[in-house]
Design a protein around this ligand. Structure first.
Ligand SMILES: O=C(O)C(=O)Cc1ccccc1
Length: 285
Protein backbone atom coordinates (compact mmCIF):
# COMPACT_ATOMS: atom_id res chain seq x y z
CA UNK A 1 0.00 0.00 0.00
CA UNK A 2 1.21 3.51 -0.77
CA UNK A 3 0.92 6.19 1.94
CA UNK A 4 0.29 9.87 1.27
CA UNK A 5 2.16 12.34 3.51
CA UNK A 6 0.77 15.89 3.89
CA UNK A 7 3.12 18.82 4.52
CA UNK A 8 3.15 22.61 4.33
CA UNK A 9 3.84 23.68 0.74
CA UNK A 10 4.51 24.72 -1.91
CA UNK A 11 7.45 22.48 -2.83
CA UNK A 12 10.76 23.15 -1.09
CA UNK A 13 9.62 24.00 2.47
CA UNK A 14 11.44 22.71 5.53
CA UNK A 15 8.30 20.70 6.33
CA UNK A 16 8.67 19.01 2.93
CA UNK A 17 12.32 18.23 3.78
CA UNK A 18 11.20 16.60 7.03
CA UNK A 19 8.40 14.71 5.21
CA UNK A 20 10.82 13.55 2.55
CA UNK A 21 13.29 12.32 5.19
CA UNK A 22 10.43 10.30 6.72
CA UNK A 23 9.38 8.99 3.28
CA UNK A 24 12.93 7.68 2.67
CA UNK A 25 13.06 6.24 6.16
CA UNK A 26 9.79 4.34 5.56
CA UNK A 27 11.08 2.96 2.25
CA UNK A 28 14.44 1.84 3.65
CA UNK A 29 13.24 0.43 6.95
CA UNK A 30 9.78 -0.86 6.16
CA UNK A 31 9.72 -1.21 2.37
CA UNK A 32 6.66 1.10 2.38
CA UNK A 33 6.14 3.41 -0.62
CA UNK A 34 4.85 6.91 0.10
CA UNK A 35 4.08 10.09 -1.83
CA UNK A 36 4.25 13.71 -0.68
CA UNK A 37 1.27 16.04 -0.84
CA UNK A 38 1.63 19.83 -0.33
CA UNK A 39 -1.03 21.87 1.53
CA UNK A 40 -1.21 25.70 1.85
CA UNK A 41 -1.20 25.77 5.69
CA UNK A 42 -0.12 23.63 8.65
CA UNK A 43 -3.77 23.35 9.75
CA UNK A 44 -4.84 22.11 6.30
CA UNK A 45 -2.09 19.48 6.31
CA UNK A 46 -3.37 18.18 9.68
CA UNK A 47 -6.98 18.29 8.46
CA UNK A 48 -5.92 16.21 5.44
CA UNK A 49 -5.30 13.36 7.91
CA UNK A 50 -8.61 13.76 9.76
CA UNK A 51 -10.53 13.77 6.45
CA UNK A 52 -8.48 10.78 5.22
CA UNK A 53 -7.10 12.56 2.14
CA UNK A 54 -3.68 11.48 3.48
CA UNK A 55 -2.61 8.94 6.10
CA UNK A 56 0.17 11.07 7.63
CA UNK A 57 1.08 14.76 8.12
CA UNK A 58 4.51 16.12 9.01
CA UNK A 59 4.24 19.46 10.84
CA UNK A 60 6.73 21.79 12.59
CA UNK A 61 6.18 21.96 16.35
CA UNK A 62 9.07 23.83 17.91
CA UNK A 63 12.10 25.80 16.86
CA UNK A 64 15.26 26.13 18.95
CA UNK A 65 15.21 29.94 18.52
CA UNK A 66 11.59 30.93 18.15
CA UNK A 67 9.83 28.33 20.29
CA UNK A 68 6.50 26.65 19.68
CA UNK A 69 4.44 26.71 16.50
CA UNK A 70 1.07 27.71 17.94
CA UNK A 71 -0.95 26.49 14.92
CA UNK A 72 0.30 22.94 15.50
CA UNK A 73 -0.40 23.00 19.25
CA UNK A 74 -3.90 24.47 18.83
CA UNK A 75 -4.84 22.05 16.04
CA UNK A 76 -3.73 18.98 18.00
CA UNK A 77 -5.91 20.08 20.90
CA UNK A 78 -8.89 20.59 18.56
CA UNK A 79 -8.51 17.57 16.25
CA UNK A 80 -9.13 14.74 18.71
CA UNK A 81 -8.46 11.84 16.38
CA UNK A 82 -4.78 12.66 15.72
CA UNK A 83 -1.79 10.95 17.36
CA UNK A 84 1.92 11.74 17.18
CA UNK A 85 3.77 8.77 15.73
CA UNK A 86 7.34 10.07 15.57
CA UNK A 87 9.39 13.22 16.21
CA UNK A 88 12.08 14.41 13.76
CA UNK A 89 14.69 17.09 14.50
CA UNK A 90 16.11 18.87 11.46
CA UNK A 91 18.91 21.44 11.24
CA UNK A 92 17.65 24.67 9.65
CA UNK A 93 20.05 26.83 7.60
CA UNK A 94 18.47 29.82 5.94
CA UNK A 95 19.68 31.61 2.80
CA UNK A 96 18.62 34.90 1.22
CA UNK A 97 17.22 34.37 -2.28
CA UNK A 98 16.88 37.33 -4.67
CA UNK A 99 17.43 38.39 -8.28
CA UNK A 100 18.78 41.81 -7.11
CA UNK A 101 22.40 42.40 -8.15
CA UNK A 102 23.32 43.75 -4.69
CA UNK A 103 21.83 43.77 -1.16
CA UNK A 104 21.19 47.55 -1.20
CA UNK A 105 18.58 47.09 -3.98
CA UNK A 106 16.39 44.85 -1.78
CA UNK A 107 13.26 46.62 -0.50
CA UNK A 108 11.09 43.68 0.60
CA UNK A 109 11.85 40.33 2.23
CA UNK A 110 9.22 37.57 2.31
CA UNK A 111 9.23 34.48 4.50
CA UNK A 112 7.39 32.36 7.02
CA UNK A 113 7.17 34.29 10.35
CA UNK A 114 9.40 31.69 12.06
CA UNK A 115 12.13 32.17 9.45
CA UNK A 116 11.91 36.01 9.64
CA UNK A 117 12.23 35.74 13.42
CA UNK A 118 15.18 33.34 13.19
CA UNK A 119 17.08 35.88 11.04
CA UNK A 120 15.96 39.11 12.74
CA UNK A 121 19.44 40.24 13.87
CA UNK A 122 20.96 39.52 10.46
CA UNK A 123 18.11 41.45 8.77
CA UNK A 124 18.47 44.40 11.18
CA UNK A 125 22.20 44.56 10.44
CA UNK A 126 22.32 44.02 6.68
CA UNK A 127 18.84 45.06 5.43
CA UNK A 128 17.72 47.58 8.09
CA UNK A 129 15.29 49.38 5.75
CA UNK A 130 13.65 46.38 4.12
CA UNK A 131 9.95 45.64 4.66
CA UNK A 132 9.59 42.20 6.22
CA UNK A 133 6.45 40.51 4.92
CA UNK A 134 5.20 37.27 6.50
CA UNK A 135 4.15 34.56 4.05
CA UNK A 136 2.43 31.25 4.64
CA UNK A 137 5.67 29.29 4.11
CA UNK A 138 9.33 29.92 3.25
CA UNK A 139 8.63 29.01 -0.40
CA UNK A 140 5.28 30.74 -0.96
CA UNK A 141 6.86 33.89 -2.47
CA UNK A 142 9.55 32.15 -4.55
CA UNK A 143 7.50 32.04 -7.81
CA UNK A 144 7.23 35.87 -7.68
CA UNK A 145 10.90 36.65 -6.85
CA UNK A 146 12.17 36.70 -10.50
CA UNK A 147 9.49 39.22 -11.57
CA UNK A 148 10.51 41.91 -9.04
CA UNK A 149 14.28 42.24 -8.48
CA UNK A 150 13.77 44.46 -5.41
CA UNK A 151 12.26 41.49 -3.53
CA UNK A 152 13.97 38.68 -1.63
CA UNK A 153 12.88 35.60 0.30
CA UNK A 154 14.37 33.67 3.20
CA UNK A 155 14.29 30.00 2.39
CA UNK A 156 16.56 26.95 2.19
CA UNK A 157 19.50 26.17 -0.09
CA UNK A 158 17.48 23.29 -1.50
CA UNK A 159 14.54 25.61 -2.34
CA UNK A 160 16.90 27.98 -4.24
CA UNK A 161 18.05 25.01 -6.36
CA UNK A 162 14.51 23.75 -6.89
CA UNK A 163 13.23 27.14 -8.15
CA UNK A 164 16.53 27.86 -9.94
CA UNK A 165 17.03 31.17 -8.11
CA UNK A 166 20.24 32.92 -6.99
CA UNK A 167 21.45 32.90 -3.37
CA UNK A 168 22.66 36.36 -2.25
CA UNK A 169 23.71 35.34 1.28
CA UNK A 170 24.06 32.00 3.11
CA UNK A 171 23.93 30.94 6.77
CA UNK A 172 21.87 33.98 7.72
CA UNK A 173 20.14 32.54 10.81
CA UNK A 174 21.21 34.40 13.96
CA UNK A 175 22.24 31.19 15.75
CA UNK A 176 24.16 28.55 13.77
CA UNK A 177 22.68 25.62 15.72
CA UNK A 178 19.13 26.49 14.56
CA UNK A 179 16.97 23.31 14.66
CA UNK A 180 13.27 22.60 14.26
CA UNK A 181 11.36 19.68 15.73
CA UNK A 182 8.63 18.17 13.55
CA UNK A 183 5.90 15.70 14.49
CA UNK A 184 4.75 12.89 12.24
CA UNK A 185 1.01 12.65 12.90
CA UNK A 186 -1.53 9.94 11.93
CA UNK A 187 -5.10 9.01 12.85
CA UNK A 188 -5.23 7.28 16.25
CA UNK A 189 -6.76 4.21 14.58
CA UNK A 190 -3.84 3.97 12.09
CA UNK A 191 -1.08 4.39 14.66
CA UNK A 192 2.04 2.31 14.07
CA UNK A 193 4.82 1.74 16.53
CA UNK A 194 8.02 2.09 14.51
CA UNK A 195 10.51 2.51 17.36
CA UNK A 196 10.24 1.94 21.08
CA UNK A 197 8.70 5.20 22.29
CA UNK A 198 10.73 7.38 24.66
CA UNK A 199 8.54 10.51 24.94
CA UNK A 200 4.88 11.35 25.57
CA UNK A 201 3.10 14.61 24.73
CA UNK A 202 -0.15 15.69 26.33
CA UNK A 203 -2.14 18.79 27.24
CA UNK A 204 -4.65 19.61 29.94
CA UNK A 205 -6.88 22.33 31.33
CA UNK A 206 -7.13 22.82 35.09
CA UNK A 207 -10.49 22.46 36.90
CA UNK A 208 -10.34 26.01 38.33
CA UNK A 209 -8.18 29.10 38.02
CA UNK A 210 -7.01 28.87 41.66
CA UNK A 211 -3.61 29.07 43.40
CA UNK A 212 -1.61 25.86 43.01
CA UNK A 213 -3.76 24.33 40.23
CA UNK A 214 -0.75 24.01 37.87
CA UNK A 215 1.72 23.11 40.64
CA UNK A 216 -0.49 20.19 41.66
CA UNK A 217 -0.42 18.78 38.12
CA UNK A 218 3.35 19.28 37.74
CA UNK A 219 4.09 17.78 41.17
CA UNK A 220 2.76 14.45 39.88
CA UNK A 221 5.81 14.21 37.61
CA UNK A 222 8.27 15.61 40.18
CA UNK A 223 7.19 13.04 42.80
CA UNK A 224 7.54 10.14 40.38
CA UNK A 225 10.95 11.38 39.16
CA UNK A 226 9.73 11.85 35.56
CA UNK A 227 11.53 14.57 33.59
CA UNK A 228 9.64 17.09 31.45
CA UNK A 229 11.35 18.41 28.32
CA UNK A 230 8.89 21.21 27.52
CA UNK A 231 6.02 23.06 29.11
CA UNK A 232 4.00 25.56 27.12
CA UNK A 233 0.78 27.41 27.80
CA UNK A 234 -1.83 28.40 25.21
CA UNK A 235 -5.03 30.37 25.76
CA UNK A 236 -8.16 28.18 26.09
CA UNK A 237 -9.87 30.78 23.83
CA UNK A 238 -12.86 30.57 26.22
CA UNK A 239 -11.95 33.61 28.30
CA UNK A 240 -8.95 35.89 28.73
CA UNK A 241 -6.45 34.56 31.29
CA UNK A 242 -7.51 30.88 31.03
CA UNK A 243 -4.86 28.50 29.74
CA UNK A 244 -4.18 25.02 28.42
CA UNK A 245 -0.85 23.48 29.42
CA UNK A 246 1.13 21.38 26.94
CA UNK A 247 3.80 19.02 28.26
CA UNK A 248 6.47 16.92 26.59
CA UNK A 249 7.49 14.15 28.95
CA UNK A 250 10.61 11.99 28.86
CA UNK A 251 8.83 8.67 29.43
CA UNK A 252 6.80 6.32 27.21
CA UNK A 253 3.04 6.25 27.80
CA UNK A 254 2.97 2.48 28.42
CA UNK A 255 5.54 2.51 31.28
CA UNK A 256 4.42 1.70 34.84
CA UNK A 257 5.58 5.12 36.03
CA UNK A 258 3.53 6.92 33.38
CA UNK A 259 0.47 4.81 34.19
CA UNK A 260 0.71 6.08 37.80
CA UNK A 261 1.34 9.64 36.60
CA UNK A 262 -1.67 9.62 34.27
CA UNK A 263 -3.98 8.20 36.95
CA UNK A 264 -2.96 11.01 39.34
CA UNK A 265 -3.08 13.64 36.61
CA UNK A 266 -6.64 12.71 35.68
CA UNK A 267 -7.76 13.60 39.22
CA UNK A 268 -6.22 17.09 39.19
CA UNK A 269 -7.02 18.21 35.61
CA UNK A 270 -10.28 19.15 33.88
CA UNK A 271 -9.73 17.88 30.31
CA UNK A 272 -6.63 15.74 29.65
CA UNK A 273 -5.63 14.81 26.10
CA UNK A 274 -2.76 12.47 25.23
CA UNK A 275 -1.27 13.33 21.85
CA UNK A 276 0.93 10.26 21.55
CA UNK A 277 4.05 8.44 22.57
CA UNK A 278 6.98 8.39 20.18
CA UNK A 279 10.75 8.36 19.71
CA UNK A 280 12.88 11.24 18.40
CA UNK A 281 14.99 10.87 15.23
CA UNK A 282 17.65 13.53 14.79
CA UNK A 283 18.65 14.25 11.20
CA UNK A 284 22.29 15.28 10.85
CA UNK A 285 23.46 18.18 8.64
O1 LIG B 1 7.87 27.46 5.78
C1 LIG B 1 8.50 26.38 5.89
O2 LIG B 1 9.44 26.06 5.15
C2 LIG B 1 8.14 25.49 6.98
O3 LIG B 1 8.19 24.30 6.84
C3 LIG B 1 7.86 26.14 8.32
C4 LIG B 1 9.17 26.46 8.96
C5 LIG B 1 9.68 27.74 8.86
C6 LIG B 1 10.93 28.02 9.43
C7 LIG B 1 11.65 27.01 10.06
C8 LIG B 1 11.12 25.73 10.12
C9 LIG B 1 9.88 25.44 9.57
Amino acid sequence: MSLAIAHLGPAGTYSEQAASFYLNWLKTNQGTDATLSAYPTIVKSLQAVTTEQTQIAVVPVENSIEGSVSMTMDSLWQLDSLRIQQALVLPINHVLISCADSWDKIETVFSHPQALAQCQQWLAKFLPNANLIPSSSTTEALERIPQIPTTAAISSHRAAQLYNLPILASEINDYPENCTRFWVVAQASQEQELFTPTHTSLAFSTPANIPGALVKALEVFAHLGINLSRIESRPTKRSLGEYLFFLDIEAPVNSTLMASALAELTSCTEVLKIFGSYSVLTVSK
